[in-house]
Design a protein around this ligand. Structure first.
Ligand code: CTP
Length: 403
C-alpha cells in the first residue's frame, strides 16, 4: 500500500519527527512513503533516535539534511522556521517521553519548538511497551493531545521488542503515511488562484456613521481557509471581518462597495475563480456629510437620500474571461424552501453566475453563526447540491463542486 495519489498533485512540506525508540528504524519507511508520493521531507531526529538509526540513512532517504540540534542554524531561526514552513508534522515513532512533552507543550529540543511554532496538522504514531502505553500518565497525555486535534495512528498490537506481546507496536509506515495525508485532505486546487470577498461593506453617512450589515465574514474566511488547505493561492478582499483572515492568504482590506468593487476588478484579472461572499450594501447615501451631522441642526427627523450601488457580482460575471468561474451568494429571509429556491434561481440567472450559494438568514440565523445551511444552484437555477454544518465543511462542499 502506498500513499494515496491525489496528494501527488500538490507537494507538501512534511516535517517527520523521529524520536528515540527501537521503532525508529521503521521511520525510514515512513520517510520513504512521503518521498515516493512526491513530498518534500525534512527530518527532525532526536539524539535518541540517531542511536537507533543512522543520519546518512535518513538523509539519503529524505534527500534533505537531518536536523537534531536546537543550536544549529540559529541565524536562520531554524527552531521555528521548520514548523512555520510545514504543511504537515508527523512524529513516528512517538515515545512515551515525547508524548508527555507534547502534552505539556515543552520546547526543550528542536522537535518541541518545531511543533509549537507550527499551525500544521500533527499526526503521531506511538510506539512503546504495553505497560507504558497503558499507564494512566500516557493515557491522560494521549487524551490531551486528541482534545487538541492531534491525530493518533496506532499503536498496533503484536510482538514487541522483547518476547512480550501486546499493544504498543508502531503502525506500519504505509498506514502512518496514508493516515497523515488523509488529515491534510485533498490538494486538488494546487496552481489555482481564487479571489474571495468576505465580510460586509459600509457606506459612510458622515465621518462617524455608516450604513452596514451584520455579515461577520466567517463563511468567506472559511472558504479562504479551505482553498488554502487544498493548495490554492487565495486573495481575500476583506470588508470589516469579525474574524482573523487565514495565514497564507493575500489580504486586501476594503470598506465601501466602491472600494470592494475596485479591489475585485483589479484582482479578478489573475483569478481562475471569483467567489463573492461579502454582503454588499445595495444603497449608499448620495452625499457624505463633511462634518458630523448634529441633531439640533437637523430637527426631529432625518431623511437620507440613498442611491443604488453598482452590482459588483453581475459586473464581474459579465466581464469574466473564458474559463473563469464566478460564484455568488444570496442571503434570503424567505422561510419557504420552494420559494427560496425560486428566488435563488431568478437571482442566479439575473447575475449570470456559474454557481449561487443560497442561505436563509434571520435575526437569529445565518449572520455571525458558526454553522450554515445552504443550497447551491447552477447558472440555470437548478439545485446541484445542499450542505449543512460548520462553515469550514460548507466551504469544502462548495469547493468540491468547483473542482
Ligand atoms: N452583490 C454585489 N453587489 C451588490 C449587491 C450584491 O456584488 N451591490 C453580490 C453579493 O456579494 C452576493 C450576491 O450579489 O454574492 C447576491 O447578493 P444579494 O444581496 O443577495 O442580492 P441583491 O443583488 O442585493 O438582490 P436583492 O436585493 O433582490 O436581494
Amino acid at each position: 500500500m502506498t500513499a494515496p495519489t491525489p496528494h501527488a498533485a500538490g507537494r507538501l512540506t512534511v516535517v517527520l519527527g523521529i524520536t528515540g525508540g527501537i521503532a525508529a528504524y521503521k521511520a525510514v519507511g515512513v520517510a520513504r512513503e512521503f518521498v515516493v508520493a512526491g513530498h518534500d521531507v525534512h527530518i527532525v531526529a532526536t539524539e535518541g533516535a540517531l542511536r537507533f538509526v543512522g543520519r546518512p540513512t535518513l538523509e539519503a532517504i529524505s534527500r534533505n539534511p537531518v536536523h537534531t540540534d536546537l543550536y544549529e542554524g540559529v541565524a536562520e531561526v531554524r527552531h521555528v522556521a521548520l514548523g512555520q514552513r510545514a504543511d504537515l508534522i508527523v512524529i513516528a515513532p512517538a515515545t512515551a517521553h515525547t508524548i508527555a512533552s507534547l502534552a505539556a507543550g515543552l520546547a526543550g529540543d528542536l522537535l518541541g519548538t518545531t511543533v509549537l511554532a507550527s499551525s500544521a496538522p500533527l499526526v503521531i504514531a506511538p510506539a512503546m511497551h504495553t505497560e507504558m502505553w497503558e499507564h494512566p500518565a500516557t493515557v491522560a497525555n494521549i487524551a490531551t493531545l486528541r482534545s487538541r486535534g492531534v491525530t493518533i495512528v496506532g499503536p498496533d498490537s503484536g510482538r514487541l521488542t522483547g518476547t512480550d506481546v501486546g499493544p504498543g507496536r508502531m503502525s506500519e509506515p504505509a498506514v502512518i503515511a496514508a493516515a497523515a495525508l488523509a488529515v491534510v485532505g485533498p490538494r486538488d486546487l494546487v496552481g489555482r488562484s481564487i479571489l474571495i470577498s468576505a465580510g460586509g461593506t459600509r457606506e459612510a453617512i458622515d465621518p462617524v456613521r455608516f450604513i452596514g450589515n451584520r455579515s461577520s465574514g466567517k463563511q468567506g474566511v472559511a472558504l479562504a481557509e479551505a482553498a488554502l488547505a487544498r493548495g490554492a493561492s487565495v486573495t481575500l478582499v476583506a470588508a470589516h471581518l469579525d474574524v482573523d483572515a487565514p495565514t497564507g492568504a493575500t489580504v486586501v482590506t476594503v470598506s465601501s462597495t466602491s472600494d470592494l468593487q475596485g479591489a475585485m476588478r483589479q484582482h479578478s484579472a489573475t483569478a481562475d475563480t471569483i467567489i463573492m461572499c461579502a454582503a454588499v450594501a445595495d444603497f449608499r447615501p448620495i452625499a457624505v456629510a463633511d462634518g458630523k451631522i448634529k441633531k439640533d441642526a437637523v430637527g426631529e427627523t432625518l431623511s437620507l437620500v440613498l442611491e443604488r450601488t453598482p452590482d459588483v457580482l453581475a459586473g464581474l460575471a459579465a466581464d469574466r474571461r473564458p474559463g473563469q468561474r464566478v460564484v455568488g451568494f444570496a442571503a434570503e429571509t424567505e422561510p419557504d424552501d420552494d420559494r427560496l429556491q425560486h428566488i435563488g434561481a431568478e437571482k442566479a440567472r439575473r447575475k449570470g453566475v456559474d454557481l449561487l450559494v443560497v442561505n436563509r438568514v434571520g435575526l437569529t440565523e445565518g449572520f455571525g453563526a458558526a454553522t450554515n445551511s445552504v443550497m447551491m444552484l447552477d447558472g440555470d437555477g437548478s439545485v446541484v447540491a445542499r450542505a449543512a454544518g460548520d462553515k469550514l465543511s460548507v466551504a469544502h462542499r462548495i469547493l468540491d463542486l468547483l473542482v
